[in-house]
Design a protein around this ligand. Structure first.
Ligand SMILES: Cc1cc2nc3c(=O)[nH]c(=O)nc-3n(C[C@H](O)[C@H](O)[C@H](O)COP(=O)(O)OP(=O)(O)OC[C@H]3O[C@@H](n4cnc5c(N)ncnc54)[C@H](O)[C@@H]3O)c2cc1C
Length: 468
């Protein structure tokens, strides 16, 4: 589904009048679409909105982009609302969908706790975008299917966006929603394996690189498609996603003040999980509770402890926060127990025609894993080397965070410069801020940030505007 096909009648292909205030959104993944919805629902003054992205379809983000449309999301319905302050909005949308209600009668009266296919979430996001657009006769939306190569200051302190087509690229406000960057093509296989001639494959073999949701999705997709060969998951640390609870895991967290140092914090959380389980709650409830403290906790850590966390704990944290619906988790466990799927910890190297080079954890001897197919299901980081981001950094419009995981941003997504100031009119929404704001790659956090940015834009550009 494309924005163009759905909203062709509202989309103004011609260049807009120059008098109107102009807002650009760079990137049309979930963060870009969410920012557009938040702007249309929050900023009351007329504006022209231009969306840049060479990809014509909204994807599920890099965590989900290669998954099948029917893949079950790993977040419950109650956590996927795009309406600020109305956690039931997605549930209400599902309840109003007669076809869905007929197909899932067991969940009546509500669907808050269930997991649904990502295509349904995508339809919901598009419909809310469409409704927000239909409600605004005073704005124009233009879709430009091009990448933005750079952003710098133009005339009258506006932002000048460089794209292939040289039309009016001056904007008053720019929202960066570039997530993990432009998707790359898979690298061509090269084969330097000295042992290629000795290849002896007893049965078909596929290698999956990574350890997150995408690996599990790819594994189950292969099995559902009838693949019976051997599968090897190659993961750096070996932490695969944990399971959601069958029912709601409402957040709990100890009331005591959190300790200061990373090892003490880890001990504190472990104890909290154990105590929750002793009291008949789940560790998942504690992890859900931890998310509410994650930002202040992260901010309080000195840089060396943040680095330590990234090196030693991030993989464990991710496997406990990005959880699988129970049914998927059980299938994963069965796969591993059957021996048909194996897990190897270590570092994947370059591809060869007959498989992939691999260095097992704790060793420095490279070996070859022979396989007919290698799927790269690893999660990428935001791409700071991308020319667009580099142009912002070199022109002093943004700075990397202290670990260079992304751009330094505040809760509203405003890039923070080294002297602590922010640049009026520039925002980075979503995973670009992962080094500053934990969990900013997840729907609830992206939704809050997009509305906070839209509110700020309303105040900055149009002081008389008020939120709807
Ligand atoms: C269908 C769907 C399912 C989801 N499921 C879940 C879930 O279960 N749980 C959860 O919490 N979250 C979920 N999410 C949210 C997901 O986590 C986020 O969408 C993702 O992590 C980040 O999205 P993004 O838009 O910031 O980045 P991306 O998806 O990476 O999108 C970035 C976009 O920017 C474009 N771009 C990059 N560079 C440029 C450039 N220079 N010029 C122009 N364009 C550029 C890319 O082409 C890309 O389309 C889902 C989202 C969707 C839409």
């Amino acid at each position: 589904m494309t924005v163009e096909s759905l909203f062709a009648s509202k989309i103004n292909a011609a260049a807009p009048r120059s008098a109107i205030l102009r807002i650009a959104i760079v990137g049309r993944g979930f963060s870009g679409m969410m920012s557009a919805i938040a702007l249309m629902k929050t900023v009351r003054t007329p504006f022209h909105l231009q969306l840049f992205d060479p990809n014509s379809a909204v994807s599920g983000g890099q965590a989900l982009s290669s998954a099948r449309a029917s893949t079950i999301l790993n977040s419950r319905v109650r956590d996927l609302s795009v309406a600020l302050g109305d956690a039931d909005d997605f549930n209400d949308w599902l309840c109003s969908n007669a076809e869905f209600r007929a197909a899932v009668p067991a969940a009546i009266p509500g669907f808050r706790q269930i997991f649904v296919p990502r295509e349904l979430f995508s339809d919901y996001v598009y419909q809310r975008f469409s409704e927000a657009l239909a409600a605004r006769k005073d704005i124009t939306v233009q879709v430009t299917p091009e990448p933005v190569g750079s952003i710098r200051r133009g005339q009258a302190n506006r932002f000048l966006l460089e794209t292939a087509t040289p039309t009016n690229r001056l904007f008053d406000t720019v929202i960066l929603a570039t997530g993990y960057g432009l998707s790359e093509r898979e690298p061509e296989a090269e084969d330097h394996s000295p042992v290629r001639a000795q290849r002896l494959v007893a049965r078909p073999h596929t290698v999956l690189l990574g350890s997150g949701i995408r690996v599990v999705d790819q594994l189950l997709q292969l099995r559902d498609g009838g693949y019976t060969g051997q599968i090897t998951i190659v993961s750096k640390h070996g932490f695969l996603p944990q399971s959601h609870t069958p029912n709601s895991a409402d957040p709990v967290f100890p009331a005591e003040e959190l300790p200061q140092s990373l090892p003490d914090i880890v001990r504190f959380i472990r104890t909290a999980c154990r105590q929750a389980e002793e009291q008949g709650r789940s560790w998942q409830s504690v992890m859900n509770g931890l998310r509410k403290h994650a930002r202040s906790l992260w901010r309080s850590l000195p840089a060396h402890q943040k680095r330590q966390f990234n090196r030693h704990l991030r993989a464990i944290y991710d496997s406990h926060r990005n959880r699988l619906p129970e049914a998927m988790y059980l299938r994963l466990k069965q796969e591993l127990a059957s021996g048909n799927t194996g897990l190897r910890c270590g570092t994947a190297g370059r591809r060869g025609l007959s498989g992939i080079f691999f260095t097992p954890a704790g060793s420095n001897v490279e070996e070859v894993i022979y396989a007919e197919r290698v799927f790269d299901c690893r999660c990428r980081r935001p791409d700071l080397a991308m020319p667009l981001i580099q142009s912002l950094i070199t022109s002093g419009l943004a700075a990397p965070d202290e670990l260079s995981l992304g751009l330094a941003v505040n809760e509203r997504g405003e890039p923070c410069l080294e002297d602590g100031s922010t640049v009026n009119g520039l925002f980075a929404i979503g995973p670009l801020g992962l080094g500053s704001l934990p969990d900013i790659d997840l729907v609830p956090e992206i939704v809050s940030q997009a509305y906070a940015a839209a509110n700020r834009i309303g105040q900055q550009l149009y002081p008389q505007s008020r939120a709807i």
